[in-house]
Design a protein around this ligand. Structure first.
Ligand SMILES: [Zn+2]
Length: 312
C-alpha cells in the first residue's frame, strides 16, 4: 500500500525523533592496548562513576597465553562485561578462560555475572568474599547513575577463592603470580604479577594521575604492606588500578608516598592528642596537589587516616 506523502513525512519525522531520543549521550568503548608481548590494558576514565563512563572508571587487564586468555577484572556491570568480552575477541582468537578479580570494589567484580553465564571461571582472593557479600547492595546503589545500563547486573561471587598469600597460575607456560597482603583499598586487593613479562597489574594498590581513595574498609597499613611487594618486585611496567600505564617511581610518588605522608602526620597528631579537625587542616597536601581530585579527596583521606591511626 502506498501511503500519502504527508503520512510518510510524519512517519519519517517520528522515526528521526525516536532515533535521536534513543541515541546514547556517550558510552564506554572498550579497546585493549598492548603493554608487552601478549599483555594488554584498557585504561579507564579517572572521573567518578557516570552514566557516560558506565562505572568503568578503572583499568582492566588482559593476558593472552597459548591455552587461553586471562582477564584481570570483570568491569562494573553486566553490559560493560559484554563489551570487555567483545574487546578481548578483537585482540585474540584464544577463548577467554579465566577472570581474576583483583579486588572487591564494584568495577573489579560486578561484571562476574556475565562471565559466569558464559561458563568462564572467576577467581579472587578469599579475603574479598566477606566484603563482596557485605557491600554488593551498597555498590549497586552507587551505580544507580547508570540507569538502564545497569540492567542485567547481578552481584555474582567468583567461583573460586584463593587462600594463600602467594600463588601461581601456569597458563601453558605463562606464569601469573597472585600476591595478597591483607588488601588495602579493599580487603581482597591482590597484585597480579607476570614475572616473564616484567609487568604488574596492581589493581587498586596503585593509583596514578588521580588521588587514591580510602573507604571505611580500606587500611593504609596493609596497603603499604602490599606496596612493599611492588618495591621488591621492581616491575618495569605497572598497569595501575587507575591512571595511565606507569613505572615504579611514579607509582611510589603518587600512591606510596601519599600513604606514608598521611600516616606519619596522623600518627603524630593522635600521639600528641591533636583533635581530628585540626589534624586534617594541618595536613600538607601540596606535594600531591597536582593529582586529579586532590582538592576534594585529600581532606577526606586525612580524616579517614586519622580514624585508622586512632584505632591502631
Ligand atoms: Zn578502584
Amino acid at each position: 500500500m502506498i501511503k500519502p506523502f504527508t503520512a510518510l513525512a510524519t512517519t519519517a519525522a517520528t522515526l528521526l525523533a525516536t532515533s535521536l531520543l534513543a541515541l546514547p549521550a556517550w558510552a564506554v568503548d572498550v579497546a585493549f592496548k598492548p603493554v608487552a608481548e601478549g599483555v594488554y590494558a584498557y585504561i579507564g576514565d579517572i572521573e567518578g562513576r557516570t552514566y557516560d563512563n558506565e562505572g568503568l572508571n578503572a583499568n582492566i587487564g588482559l593476558v593472552v597465553t597459548p591455552v587461553g586468555a586471562v582477564l584481570i577484572d570483570s568491569g562494573s556491570s553486566y553490559q560493560v562485561a559484554a563489551k570487555i568480552h567483545e574487546a578481548v575477541k578483537k585482540v585474540t582468537t584464544q577463548p577467554l578462560k579465566l577472570v581474576i578479580n583483583s579486588g572487591d570494589q564494584d568495577h573489579r567484580w560486578l561484571g562476574n555475572g556475565y562471565f559466569t553465564e558464559k561458563g568462564i571461571e572467576t577467581l579472587a582472593h578469599a579475603d574479598a568474599q566477606a566484603d563482596m557479600q557485605a557491600r554488593s547492595g551498597e555498590q549497586m546503589d552507587g551505580l544507580k547513575v547508570l540507569k538502564e545500563r545497569l540492567d542485567g547486573t547481578r552481584p555474582t561471587l567468583p567461583a573460586r577463592f584463593v587462600k594463600a598469600q602467594d600463588s601461581t597460575i601456569d597458563m601453558g607456560g605463562v606464569l601469573i603470580e597472585l600476591k595478597h597482603r591483607q588488601g588495602g583499598h579493599t580487603p581482597g586487593d591482590t597484585l597480579v604479577w607476570l614475572p616473564q613479562k616484567n609487568v604488574l597489574f596492581s589493581g587498586d594498590v596503585v593509583y596514578v594521575d588521580r588521588v587514591l581513595g580510602l573507604h571505611p574498609v580500606s587500611r593504609t597499613k596493609t596497603w603499604l604492606d602490599s606496596f612493599a611487594v611492588i618495591d621488591q618486585l621492581k616491575p618495569k611496567i605497572i598497569v595501575p588500578g587507575h591512571g595511565q600505564v606507569t613505572n615504579l617511581a611514579t607509582a611510589q610518588a603518587h600512591t606510596r608516598d601519599l600513604l606514608l605522608a598521611l600516616r606519619a602526620h596522623m600518627k603524630k597528631a593522635v600521639d600528641e592528642g591533636v583533635d581530628i579537625s585540626a589534624a586534617v587542616k594541618a595536613f600538607n597536601g601540596k606535594p600531591f596537589a597536582h593529582l586529579k581530585h586532590a582538592d576534594v579527596w585529600l581532606p577526606q583521606l586525612a580524616n579517614q587516616t586519622y580514624l585508622e591511626m586512632e584505632r591502631e
